[in-house]
Design a protein around this ligand. Sequence first.
Ligand SMILES: [Zn+2]
Ligand SMILES: [Zn+2]
Length: 112
Amino acid sequence: MGRGLHFAVPCPHGIRLTDQQVAELESRPWRAHITEHENWCELQKGHAGPHHSLAQSDEAGDHWIRWTDTAFGTVVLPICPAKGRAEDDIEDTCCLLFEGHEGTHIYEFEDI
Ligand SMILES: [Zn+2]
Ligand SMILES: [Zn+2]
């Protein structure tokens, strides 16, 4: 493709939610996802800020779990507007991370 994309690998950090945290996210009206106990950061490996994992979507938007070594919270964030394609994709895909995220967009990640 010759666009100079730097393919990235995802961050290896995960977080385990408590039953209460899962129940809270599962209790949202119009929820679009099953919330799992195990959640993995969806940003690029080596990012500087807090880890983020998409936990739930509902009429309010996308609920992201955001955590560091010492803090945990959920936050509603707008979706990243970027679209693009990986090396061997035939059509554009949406990024699906949140707007203003660190690192590369999801479609630039290597398949692992
Ligand atoms: Zn991370
Ligand atoms: Zn993006």
